[in-house]
Write a protein that binds this ligand. Structure first.
Ligand SMILES: CC(=O)SCCNC(=O)CCNC(=O)[C@H](O)C(C)(C)COP(=O)(O)OP(=O)(O)OC[C@H]1O[C@@H](n2cnc3c(N)ncnc32)[C@H](O)[C@@H]1OP(=O)(O)O
Ligand SMILES: O=CC(=O)O
Ligand SMILES: [Mg+2]
Length: 545
């Protein structure tokens, strides 16, 4: 049951693309609630985004990220976050996935401890996907969600006490929701302002479900993505405090786990925990966005160019330091240190290749539990038993916060240390292929696809996209160009040749979103040739869906 606002609080001002089609979700009360979120928090969101641009200009001019002098007292202080609620104490295996009804049922039934329902990296934010996702989650919480596939297979929820605990991930601060416009006025040419996508996803989910979840003492719980600073965390805290007040929930009822998946945020882990200390239960190593952010933040630092994607594993020193610092920081503050996602997924038609893929996932989970992580992510239900076995064997209790990892000393230099490795022709061509295929699927409404038996989503595709840009533009300003391992110069001509040959390489393969491949090629070509690096692939792509 959704909360009810007093009539006087119902304000006009929201413009929806097709109000009748979503009247079941976005009634007058929901609209007023969302409009109020926009009016209260949009200026602060824009200020945070402006601050991101200001900081980046400094990095582009040669500065490097560092720990903040003005927040030393927070880092040195002796404080802990609020206690973790019972439902989130044991999070050893979390499954993640998009929010279509079949996925929601499969994930909740999967046997994982938690399910992160993802409106972000693995969802292409078409209006239909977002609306279907909100409906599916509301029905799941009510226990009524069912689904029948085109092949007739029927899906229903297991009993509530056998389902994974639901955690919802809204989109990040940088994205707008173009189907929800607020307060049309002359200064916007008669149209309203686009609402923040993050506030829309989280706000609507909370409006629809907070009361029901709080009644079961199940949250709502959220994963917050792509934060870059403690100010962004503080903004989330204000938003959540406001929502709790409006919906009549106890303060701190809504819990969050923050993904540390940007390079600037790695220098503010304590500060982010502190800003959210009344409600934060953990940090998560979002490794794929973190690698993307490392490339993006250090785009102008020629000495820190990364090797090809397949060589950027969690054993690279800068990634090892990041995960160890996260574990140490969380455990010192009473929070869980969640691990992340290995990209390998089961390979159905090749037993040997499947064994190798599973061995890599197992090695990744073993590294995580040994280092002190309190839980991990899997991309696919078939990986749950494997991850559980590794964590069960090494983590007898519900978590391992007692492992302080005090011996770990991570400096700013360690978080930024250059990586060794190469860029092979296969690695270069693979980046081009992944970008095009992922983008084609995304434009077609599918935000997560297997490519060469790896899970690809917005974060992994961003690594491929920003690497191509950085490798090509490394020669800007008169620098010597980078070379492939075989000696070939990396330049625009090489990129153009690979892109031109791609359609014939893809011919005959079943490609999700095949009808959008040419559009994806055109967009990648434009973004890669451009003199400045586009901040997020999904910003220009969103204008095309
Ligand atoms: C960087 C990050 O942000 S990581 C977090 C974001 N990424 C994710 O969440 C990845 C989610 N995973 C997926 O979307 C999928 O596993 C993919 C796209 C990688 C592979 O999907 P598929 O090719 O459909 O896998 P496959 O055919 O083996 O699926 C078998 C069954 O498992 C289900 N399944 C697969 N992944 C999931 C999942 N994550 N959650 C629930 N069910 C799943 C499928 O729906 C299918 O169900 P069915 O037998 O009832 O039809
Ligand atoms: O969201 C997770 C990541 O790795 O990125
Ligand atoms: Mg991410």
């Amino acid at each position: 049951m959704s909360a009810v606002l007093k009539p006087s609080r119902i304000a006009p001002g929201i413009e929806l693309s097709d109000p009748a089609a979503v009247a079941d979700l976005l009634d007058d009360g929901a609209q007023a609630f969302l409009a109020e979120l926009h009016r209260r928090f949009e200026p602060a969101r824009q200020a945070c985004l402006a601050e991101r641009r200001r900081r980046q200009a400094g990095f582009d001019a040669g500065a490097l990220p560092d720990f903040r002098e003005d927040t030393r007292a927070i880092r040195d202080g002796n404080w802990r976050v609020a206690p973790v609620p019972a439902a989130l104490l044991d999070r050893r295996v979390e499954i993640t996935g998009p929010v279509d009804p079949k996925m929601v049922i499969n994930a909740l039934n999967s046997g994982a401890n938690c399910y992160m329902a993802d409106f972000e990296d693995s969802t292409a934010p078409t209006w239909d996907n977002l609306v279907a996702g909100q409906r599916a989650l509301r029905a799941a919480i009510a226990g009524t969600l069912e689904f029948t596939a085109d092949n007739g297979k029927r899906y229903a929820l297991r009993p509530e006490d056998e389902r994974a605990v639901l955690i919802v991930r809204p989109r990040g601060w940088h994205l707008d929701e173009k189907h929800v416009l607020v307060d049309a006025g002359p200064d916007q040419g008669g149209r309203g302002q686009r609402m923040s996508a993050a506030l829309f996803d989280l706000g609507l989910f909370a409006w629809l479900n907070a009361t029901a979840l709080a009644a079961k003492d199940r949250g709502p719980y959220f994963y917050l993505p792509k934060l870059q600073s403690m100010e962004e965390a503080a903004l989330w805290n204000e938003v959540l405090t406001h929502i709790e007040h409006e919906l009549g929930l106890p303060q701190g009822q809504m819990k969050v786990t923050v993904l540390i998946e940007t390079l600037p945020a790695a220098f503010e882990m304590d500060e982010i925990l502190h800003a959210l200390r009344g409600r934060i239960v953990g940090l998560n190593c979002g490794r794929w966005d973190y690698i993307f952010s490392y490339i993006k933040t250090l785009r102008a630092h020629r000495d820190r160019v990364l090797p090809e994607r397949s060589q950027v594993t969690m054993t690279q020193p800068f990634l090892k330091s990041y995960s160890e610092l996260l574990i140490q920081t969380c455990h010192r503050r009473g929070a869980h240190a969640m691990g992340g996602m290995a990209a390998q997924i089961p390979i159905g038609n090749d037993e040997e290749a499947n064994e190798q893929a599973l061995a890599r996932v197992r090695a990744d989970k073993l590294r995580e539990v040994t280092a002190g992580h309190d839980g991990t992510w899997v991309a696919h239900p078939a990986l749950i038993p494997l991850a559980r076995e590794v964590f069960d064997e090494r983590m007898p209790g519900p978590h391992q916060q007692h492992l302080g990892r005090e011996e770990v000393i991570v400096t700013g230099r360690d978080l930024l240390v250059p990586s060794l490795g190469t860029i092979t022709r296969i690695g270069f061509e693979n980046n081009v292929e992944v970008c095009v295929r992922y983008l084609a699927a995304w434009l077609d409404g599918n935000g997560c696809v297997p490519i060469h038996w790896l899970m690809e989503d917005a974060a992994t595709a961003e690594i491929a996209r920003t690497q191509l840009w950085q490798w090509l533009h490394a020669a800007d300003g008169g620098n010597t160009p980078l070379h492939l391992h075989d000696g070939t110069v990396i330049d625009e001509a090489l990129f153009d040749r690979v892109l031109l040959n791609l359609p014939s390489r893809l011919a005959g393969q079943p490609i999700p979103g095949a009808g959008r491949v040419q559009e994806a090629i055109a967009l990648l070509e434009e973004l890669t040739h451009r003199a400045t690096l586009e901040e997020f692939l999904t910003l220009p792509a969103y204008e095309r869906i």
